[in-house]
Write a protein of this length. Structure first.
Length: 534
C-alpha cells in the first residue's frame, strides 16, 4: 500500500493511537450483517471494536505473530492493566533465562534490566509516527472492515512485545550455553558455528517485530523507515549499553576463594592414648560374626590424612553407605585421622590397617564373604598413599603393604577402591582373580576434588554417593560415574587432563558380586533375604 498522508489535528489523532474512541464505535442493530473478519472471538454479535481479549489471547497471538502469522485480534485493544502484565511477564521470563549467562553465584542487576527499556520508549515513538496515517484513516472510517489488526498503539505494543519472544529466548539460551559450556565453543570452527546460529536468530527477532509492525503501519515507506530505526536502536543498545540483568556476585566469589580455616590439630595426651587403647577392644568386639549360608559384606574404610576435612566427610559417607546399602551394619571398621575424632575412631596408620584386616578376617568367612576396602587420601607419583596426623608420625601406605595384609589374613574376595591421585598404580600390585579394584585415576594423572573447599572427591561423589545409591553393582556404578567425573573435571578446568579412573575385575569375584547384587536388590525396602552360597 502506498503511503498516504491525511491532514488532521493533534487532538483528533492522539486518542485513536490507543484504539477506537468509544463514542465512535458503531453498534449494529440486531440482525444487521457484520463485515467478515470484524468480529474477534465473538459469538454474541458485538462489534469488533467492543471485543476484549484475555491475557492468554494476547500472548498467543503475539507468539503466532513471531512466526509471521496474522494476529487474530481485529480492532481489540488491551486494557492498561493487561499491558502492564504483558510487559512485566515478558521481562521476567527473559530475565530468568538470562541467568544462564552467569556461571556461579550471581546477583540481579536492576540497572542492567531497566536500561534496555529506553529503546522500548524510543520504539514506541517510532511506531506512533509510522502508524499515524493508518490510525487517522481508521478514525475517519471506523466501520470499514480490514483483515489487519486495528487496535491502535496499545495492540501493537502487546503483540510486538511477544512476537520476538521465541527467537529471543533461543538467543539467550545460546549465550547461556556458551557461558556454561565454554569448552564446546573453543576453536575457530566452533566460533563460526556460534555466529551461524546467533545471526539467524537475531535476524528472526528483528523480522518478527518488523512484520507485525507492518500490519499496523500499512505503508511500505514508513515500514522501511521503522525497520531502519529498529535496527539502529538495536545496534546502539548493543554497542553503548551492554548491561545485562545478571552479573557475577563478586562478594560470593571472593568469599568462596578465601582460604579455609586451618584444620584443628591433634593434642596428644594420656587421655587420648587411653581412649585409643580402649577403642580397639570395643570396636572389634562389636563386629558381628558371619552368617552361615549368607554372603556378607565387611567393610574397612581408611582415611589417613588428618589435614583435609574432605577425607573425613568422604570416609564417613562410604562407611554409612556400606551399612545402609550393603547390609553391612555392624561389620564396618572406620579408621580415621582427625583431631576431633581421636576418642571415637581408630587412628588410620599402617599398623592399624593390618590389625583391622586381621580383626575382620577373624569375624568373616574368609572364603565366601566379601571385604570392601575404601581408601581416600592424597596420592603420590610413586603410588604411596599420604598419611598425616601431626604431631603423631604416620608413615604412608603402599599397595604392597595392603596386598600383604590381605594375603596374610587369607581373605579371598576383595573389593578395593582407592580415591587418590595416581591411584591407578595400585591396580597391578593388588589384582587377583578374587579382587575387584577401582581407582580414582590412572597411574599418571591426578584425581580431583581433594582440596579444602571440596565436599567430596569427584570419584567418591560420583561412584559412591550417587551411583551406588541407585544400584548394588560396583561395575555398573563405575561405568555410569566415569562420564560424570569427566564432565565435572572439564567444567572445573582440571589442568592436567582427564583423571581417567580405572577398574579391573577378577574372574572369580564376578559371580560372587552378582549373587550379592541379587540378594540386596531382592531385599530393597525390607530386610534383605539370605542368599545361599553356591
Amino acid at each position: 500500500m502506498n503511503d498516504r498522508h491525511i491532514h488532521g489535528t493533534w487532538d483528533n489523532t492522539l486518542p485513536s493511537q490507543w484504539g477506537p474512541v468509544p463514542g465512535e464505535i458503531e453498534v449494529p442493530l440486531s440482525g444487521t450483517p457484520t463485515a467478515p473478519g470484524a468480529l474477534v472471538g465473538n459469538t454474541h454479535g458485538e462489534p469488533a471494536g467492543a471485543a476484549r481479549l484475555s491475557l492468554w489471547d494476547w500472548v498467543r497471538e503475539g507468539l503466532r505473530a513471531g512466526f509471521f502469522l496474522a494476529p487474530r485480534t481485529g480492532a481489540a485493544a488491551p486494557t492498561p492493566w493487561q499491558l502492564v502484565v504483558l510487559a512485566l511477564a515478558s521481562g521476567a521470563l527473559l530475565a530468568a533465562v538470562a541467568r544462564l549467562e552467569i556461571v556461579g553465584p550471581a546477583q540481579f542487576n536492576l540497572r542492567g534490566w531497566l536500561i534496555p527499556y529506553w529503546t522500548t520508549l524510543a520504539l514506541l515513538w517510532f511506531a506512533w509516527w509510522a502508524m499515524a496515517p493508518a490510525l487517522r484513516e481508521q478514525a475517519a472510517a471506523p466501520g470499514a472492515a480490514s483483515p489487519e489488526p486495528s487496535g491502535g498503539l496499545a495492540a501493537w505494543f502487546a503483540l510486538s512485545t511477544w512476537a520476538p519472544m521465541v527467537p529471543t529466548l533461543l538467543t539467550y539460551g545460546l549465550l547461556g550455553w556458551a557461558a556454561q559450556r565454554p569448552q564446546t565453543w573453543q576453536g575457530q570452527i566452533a566460533g563460526w558455528v556460534m555466529w551461524a546460529l546467533y545471526i539467524p536468530l537475531f535476524a528472526w527477532l528483528l523480522a518478527a517485530v518488523v512484520v507485525v509492525s507492518a500490519r499496523f503501519i500499512r505503508s511500505r515507506v514508513r515500514t522501511a523507515v521503522f525497520a531502519a530505526g529498529l535496527v539502529g536502536l538495536a545496534a546502539l543498545a548493543t554497542w553503548q549499553f551492554p548491561d545485562r540483568p545478571w552479573e557475577l556476585d563478586a562478594e560470593a566469589v571472593a568469599a568462596a576463594r578465601e582460604p579455609a580455616p586451618e584444620p584443628a590439630r591433634l593434642h596428644l595426651s594420656q587421655t587420648v592414648f587411653e581412649a585409643q587403647q580402649a577403642l580397639w577392644p570395643q570396636q572389634v568386639q562389636a563386629l558381628l560374626p558371619e552368617r552361615p549360608g549368607v554372603v556378607d559384606v565387611y567393610g574397612l574404610v581408611f582415611a589417613p590424612y588428618a589435614s583435609e576435612e574432605v577425607f573425613r566427610r568422604e570416609s564417613t559417607m562410604v562407611s554409612t553407605l556400606l551399612k545402609e546399602r550393603f547390609d553391612a551394619d555392624g561389620r564396618v571398621l572406620h579408621l580415621l585421622n582427625h583431631a576431633e575424632t581421636a576418642g571415637t575412631h581408630l587412628w588410620a596408620t599402617p599398623q592399624n590397617l593390618q590389625r583391622a584386616i586381621e580383626a575382620l578376617a577373624d569375624r568373616m568367612d574368609r572364603d565366601n564373604d566379601v571385604l570392601m576396602v575404601y581408601m581416600t587420601s592424597h596420592g603420590a607419583r610413586n603410588h604411596e598413599l599420604a598419611a598425616s596426623h601431626w604431631p603423631l608420625e604416620v608413615p604412608p601406605v603402599t599397595p604392597e603393604m595392603l596386598r600383604a595384609a590381605l594375603d596374610d589374613a587369607g581373605i579371598r574376595h576383595r573389593v578395593i577402591a582407592v580415591s587418590a591421585c595416581f591411584s591407578g598404580g595400585w591396580i597391578d600390585p593388588l589384582a587377583t582373580d578374587g579382587t575387584l579394584i577401582m581407582t580414582a585415576a590412572d597411574a599418571t594423572h591426578t584425581s580431583y576434588g581433594c582440596g579444602r573447599l571440596s565436599e567430596l572427591t569427584f570419584f567418591g561423589r560420583a561412584v559412591f554417593n550417587e551411583q551406588l545409591r541407585q544400584t548394588h553393582s560396583f561395575t555398573d556404578a563405575f561405568a555410569k560415574a566415569v562420564p560424570l567425573i569427566q564432565q565435572r573435571e572439564v567444567e572445573a578446568g582440571k589442568a592436567d587432563g582427564f583423571s581417567n579412573p580405572q577398574i579391573r575385575v577378577g574372574a572369580q569375584i564376578e559371580p560372587v558380586l552378582k549373587a550379592l547384587e541379587q540378594r540386596l536388590g531382592a531385599g530393597e525396602g525390607s530386610e534383605a533375604a539370605a542368599t545361599v552360597r553356591p
